[in-house]
Ligand binder design. Structure first.
Ligand code: ANZ
Ligand code: ZN
Length: 830
C-alpha cells in the first residue's frame, strides 16, 4: 500500500464536507438530538494549541454521536467584542471591527484545516448587529421585568488618560499606559439582579450530575451563602449598631464590636476625632476588597463608644473601627469572639481584650482561653448561661429564637454574590439600549428601533470612550416625549454576549433572538467543553441569564449545560538564553540558541504563553503532519482533564501511528477462516471505545485502538481479520476523520464514513472469558468443563448432565439432587 497523503486527503474531504453540508444540524428527522458545544473563541488573531485540544475533544464526541444515530448540533462562533480590539486600535491605528473581522477570517480558515465537524451555517460573531441587536432586545425584556437597575458604583479612573480602566488595566494601583495612580470614581451604572437568583443558582447545582464537583463547589463558594443572625447592640450613649454573625451560638464569648472604616459610625466618629479620621484614611489606603483585607495585619481604633450586650445590658463591649471588616458584606459590623475566630483572636491579643471560651471540645471547659490558635471545631457550649450543654447547632437556633422573641434580631441569610455590574465605558461592545431624557429619565429604546448600531467613524487617537465624544451618535429624540435626549454611551460587559450565544446557536430567526420551541428542542447543551478559567463567572452568568429568561417566560430551560467538562492545558518546556531572555522553541536546537550558538537553560514545563515564548503554532504543524496526526496527539497522551505536554516526539509518534493505521485498515483478506479471539477483541474494543468517548476519556479510547491495531497487525489472514480492520476504521473515524474517509472510499463504500453507523456489538462476544467448572458425582470429581462465565444454573446443570463421563458415573440414571456453585462447581447426587 501507499503512504497516506494527509495534505491531499485533508483538503479533499474538507471540501466534500463543506459542499455537501455534511455537518449541518439535522432539524427535520426524529432522531434523538445531541448538542455538543465547546466554548467559543475570542478572535485574538490565531488559533492556539489550547483551541486545538478543546475543539478536537468536542469534535470526537460530535462525530461519535452522529455515528450512534443522533441529530447533532455542533456549532462555532466568535466571542468578538472586548478590549484587545480597542488596544489594537490604539496601538496600530486599525479599526476594532476590521481587526476583529480579519482575525475571524484567519482563525476560521485555521479551524477548517483541522476538519472539525461543525455546522458553519450557524456561525455567529457577537460584534455583528444581527447578534447584538437581539441581545439589546433581551436586555430590554429583563429591564421591563425589573431585573435591570441603575446605581452608583465606583470605577477605576486614570486621571492622566482621563479614562475608566478595566481591572486588568490597573497594575499595582497604576494605569497601565499612563502610569498614573488610579483613583476610584463613582459613576451611575447598570446592574443585573443576579442576587435574586442566588438560592436558585445554588439549588440548581444539585441536579448537575455531569459537572465536575470542583466547579460546582467554586460556584457555590462564589455565591457564598451564609445563614446566621442579624442583631442590634444598643450604644450606651445613644444609637445602635447592627451586626451579622454566622455564629450566634458564641454570643456569650463576645469581647468587642467592630465596624468597617466606611461604616456610618466610623464616619461619624472620624468627624469629631482627627485621630479616628487618620485611621480611617489609613484603612482605605490599605485597600478594602476582601482579598486585600485578608492579607493585611489586623488593626483597630477604639471609638470610645460602648455597646450593650443584648442578653445582659450591664455588660458593655468596646466598639472599634477595624480594618478587617468589609462594608459590603452583612451589615458592615461584627461582634468579635476571639476564642473561636482567628481574626478576632489576633485582634484581641494585639489590643489586650478578653478571650473567653464558650465552645469546648471536652478537653478544657474553663472560661480562660490561652494560646494563639482559635478553636473553630465542633463541641459543646460552655460558660454561656442558658446555652450550656447544647451543641453548636442547637445553640444557634436557641439564640435566633431568643432574638426574634425579644425583638432585637432576626435570622437572616447573606450572600457574597453581588449584583452583576454590566456597564463598560468602552466602544467595542453592545450598546446599552437606553436613552437618557432630561425630563423622563432613563427610557428604554423601543424594540422596533433595534439594533442600535455602533458608529463606524470613531477615533482612538485620544483616550476615553469614543461613543461619548462622537459628534452625532448619542444625540437622539427621547422615545417617550420626543425632546432632545442622549443615548447611554456605556456598552455591555462581554460576559453578557457569552451568556446566551448557545441559545442563538440553537435557533437563529431574523426577527427575534430565538424561536422558543426550536431552542427548547436542542437545549440544554448535552456536553459543554472548555477551560476551567471559566468555571466561575462565565458559567454563573450563563446559568443566571438562562434562569432569568425562564423567569420572564421566554424559554423553559433551567440549566443551560447538562454536562460540563473542563480540559487541561497544553504545556511546553521553557527556554532561556545565556543572558536571560525567554526563547521560543523555534530558536533552540540541540540545547543551544541557534542564533548565537550559546547554551540555553531549559526551564519548567508550563502552559504555552506568549510571555514565556513557549508557544507552538498549530498551523505549521498541520502543514507538516496533517490534521489527523495533530488530532490524534491531542487525544492520546494525557487524560483530557490533565495538562498535555506538547513534544516533537509525541507528534511524530502520532504521525507514525496514522500511517500504520492506513496500512491496517486497507487490509482485506481473501481468506475466510475464523479468528474468534480477534472477533471478540473487536467487539470488546467497540464497546470500550464507546464507553470511553461517552465518558470523555479520550486517551483511554486511543489506548484501546492501539491494542486492536496491534492485534490486527499480528493476526493471520481470516474473515475475522478483515472485519476487525473494518471495525478499527469506524472506531477511529471520529479521531482521524480524513484518513477514515479516504480509506472508506478506497474500500469502495458508498457515501461518507461520517454518515456511517457505529459498529454493532454482539453482546455474546462481550462475555468475559470462560471459567472452568468442576463436575462431581457424589462428591467425586468426574469431569471439568469450560463454560461461559456467569452461566445460569440450569445451563450449567444441563452441560454437566451432557458430559459422557458423568453419564457413565451416574450409570444412566437421573441424579436425585443437584448442587450448583456458580462458575465453580456442579455436584450431582445419585
Ligand atoms: C461572630 C463570630 C464568632 C463569627 C465566631 C465567626 C466565628 P462567613 O461564614 O464567611 O459568612 N463577619 C460578618 N460580617 C463581616 C464583615 N462585613 N466583614 C468581616 N467579617 C464579617 O462569615 C461570617 C462571619 O464573618 C460572621 O460571624 C462575622 O464573625 C464575620 F466564633 O460573628 B462571626
Ligand atoms: Zn423624555
Amino acid at each position: 500500500t501507499t503512504r497516506f497523503n494527509a495534505l491531499k486527503a485533508d483538503a479533499h474531504w474538507q471540501t466534500v464536507w463543506d459542499e455537501r453540508q455534511t455537518f449541518a444540524a439535522d432539524t427535520t428527522s426524529d432522531r434523538p438530538r445531541a448538542y455538543v458545544l465547546e466554548m467559543f473563541p475570542y478572535p485574538s488573531g490565531r488559533i492556539h494549541m489550547g483551541h486545538v485540544r478543546n475543539y478536537t475533544m468536542g469534535d470526537v464526541l460530535a462525530r461519535y454521536r452522529r455515528m450512534t444515530g443522533h441529530a447533532v448540533l455542533h456549532p462555532m462562533g466568535w466571542d468578538a467584542f472586548g478590549m484587545p480590539a480597542e488596544n489594537a486600535a490604539m496601538e496600530k491605528g486599525v479599526h476594532p471591527g476590521n481587526w476583529t473581522r480579519a482575525n475571524i477570517q484567519t482563525m476560521k480558515a485555521q479551524l477548517k484545516r483541522l476538519g472539525f465537524a461543525l455546522d458553519w451555517s450557524r456561525e455567529l460573531a457577537t460584534c455583528e448587529p444581527d447578534y447584538y441587536g437581539h441581545e439589546q432586545a433581551l436586555f430590554l425584556d429583563l429591564f421591563a421585568a425589573g431585573l435591570v437597575y441603575r446605581k452608583e458604583s465606583s470605577v477605576n479612573w486614570d486621571p492622566v488618560d482621563m479614562t475608566v480602566l478595566a481591572n486588568e488595566q490597573v497594575i499595582d494601583g497604576r494605569g497601565w499606559r499612563s502610569g498614573a495612580v488610579v483613583e476610584k470614581r463613582k459613576l451611575s451604572q447598570w446592574f443585573l439582579k443576579i442576587t435574586d437568583f442566588a438560592d436558585e443558582l445554588i439549588e440548581g447545582l444539585g441536579g448537575l450530575d455531569h459537572w465536575p464537583d470542583k466547579v460546582k463547589l467554586m460556584q457555590e463558594n462564589w455565591i457564598g451563602r451564609s445563614r446566621g443572625l442579624r442583631f442590634r447592640f444598643e450604644i450606651a450613649t445613644g444609637g445602635e449598631v447592627e451586626v451579622f454573625t454566622t455564629r450566634p451560638d458564641t454570643i456569650f464569648g463576645a469581647s468587642f464590636v467592630a465596624v468597617a472604616a466606611d461604616h456610618p459610625i466610623a464616619r461619624a466618629v472620624a468627624e469629631r476625632s482627627p485621630e479616628a479620621a487618620a485611621f480611617v484614611e489609613r484603612c482605605k489606603q490599605g485597600g478594602t476588597t476582601a482579598a486585600e483585607l485578608e492579607t493585611q495585619e489586623k488593626q483597630g481604633f477604639d471609638t470610645g463608644l460602648r455597646a450593650r450586650h443584648p442578653l445582659d445590658p450591664s455588660w458593655e463591649l468596646p466598639v472599634y473601627i477595624a480594618n478587617f471588616v468589609l462594608m459590603e458584606y452583612g451589615t458592615g459590623a461584627v461582634f468579635g469572639v476571639p476564642a473561636h475566630d482567628q481574626r478576632d483572636l489576633d485582634f484581641a491579643r494585639k489590643y489586650d481584650l478578653p478571650v473567653k471560651r464558650v465552645v469546648s471540645d471536652g478537653a478544657e471547659d474553663g472560661p480562660v482561653f490561652v494560646g494563639d490558635t482559635a478553636f473553630t471545631g465542633a463541641g459543646t457550649i460552655v460558660n454561656s448561661h442558658f446555652l450550656d450543654g447544647m451543641d453548636i447547632e442547637e445553640a444557634k437556633r436557641a439564640v435566633v429564637d431568643r432574638a426574634e422573641a425579644g425583638g432585637w434580631g432576626t435570622g437572616s441569610t447573606v450572600y457574597r454574590l453581588r449584583d452583576w455590574g454590566v456597564s463598560r465605558q468602552r466602544y467595542w461592545g453592545t450598546p446599552i439600549p437606553i436613552v437618557h431624557c432630561p425630563s423622563c429619565g432613563p427610557v428604554a429604546v423601543p424594540k422596533d428601533q433595534l439594533p442600535i448600531v455602533l458608529p463606524e467613524d470613531v477615533s482612538f487617537a485620544v483616550p476615553g470612550n469614543p461613543l461619548d465624544r462622537h459628534p452625532t451618535w448619542k444625540h437622539v429624540a427621547c422615545p417617550a416625549c420626543d425632546e432632545p435626549a442622549v443615548r447611554e454611551t456605556d456598552t455591555l460587559d462581554t460576559f453578557v454576549d457569552s451568556s446566551w450565544y448557545f441559545i442563538r446557536f440553537a435557533s437563529q430567526p431574523d426577527d427575534k433572538p430565538f424561536d422558543r420551541a426550536e431552542a427548547e428542542r436542542w437545549l440544554p447543551v448535552g456536553q459543554y467543553i472548555g477551560g476551567v478559567e471559566h468555571a466561575i463567572l462565565h458559567l454563573l452568568y450563563a446559568r443566571f441569564w438562562t434562569r432569568a429568561l425562564k423567569h420572564i417566560g421566554k424559554l423553559d430551560v433551567a440549566e443551560p449545560f447538562a454536562g460540563l467538562f473542563t480540559q487541561g492545558m497544553v504545556t511546553h518546556e521553557t527556554y532561556k538564553s545565556a543572558d536571560g531572555r525567554w526563547l521560543s522553541p523555534d530558536d533552540v536546537a540541540n540545547g543551544v540558541e541557534t542564533a548565537t550558538g550559546d547554551a540555553v537553560t531549559v526551564g519548567r514545563i508550563e502552559k504555552m504563553s506568549k510571555s514565556k515564548k513557549n508557544v507552538i503554532d498549530p498551523e505549521p504543524i498541520v502543514d507538516q503532519y496533517g490534521a489527523d496526526a495533530v488530532r490524534w496527539f491531542m487525544l492520546s497522551d494525557s487524560p483530557p482533564e490533565r495538562d498535555l505536554e506538547w513534544s516533537e516526539n509525541g507528534i511524530e509518534g502520532a504521525w507514525r501511528f496514522v500511517q500504520r493505521l492506513w496500512r491496517l485498515v486497507g487490509q482485506a483478506d481473501a481468506a475466510d477462516g475464523d479468528d474468534l479471539a480477534l472477533r471478540k477483541l473487536a467487539h470488546r474494543t467497540t464497546a470500550g471505545v464507546a464507553d470511553a468517548i461517552e465518558g470523555l476519556q479520550f486517551n483511554k479510547a486511543v489506548a484501546l485502538l492501539y491494542t486492536l491495531a496491534a492485534a490486527v497487525e499480528k493476526a493471520t489472514p481470516s474473515r475475522d481479520r478483515t472485519d476487525a480492520a473494518a471495525t478499527l476504521l469506524r472506531l477511529a473515524a471520529p479521531m482521524v476523520p480524513h484518513l477514515a474517509e479516504e480509506a472508506w472510499a478506497a474500500a469502495g463504500n458508498d457515501g461518507l464514513i461520517a454518515d456511517a453507523a457505529w459498529p454493532m456489538i454482539d453482546p455474546a462476544m462481550l462475555v468475559d472469558d470462560e471459567v472452568t467448572v468442576a463436575v462431581q458425582v457424589n462428591g467425586k470429581l468426574r469431569d471439568t468443563l469450560l463454560l461461559p462465565k456467569g452461566i445460569a444454573r440450569e445451563e450449567a446443570e444441563a452441560a454437566a448432565l451432557a458430559s459422557e463421563k458423568v453419564v457413565r458415573a451416574l450409570d444412566g440414571k437421573a441424579p436425585r439432587k443437584v448442587i450448583v456453585v456458580p462458575d465453580r462447581l456442579v455436584n450431582l447426587v445419585a
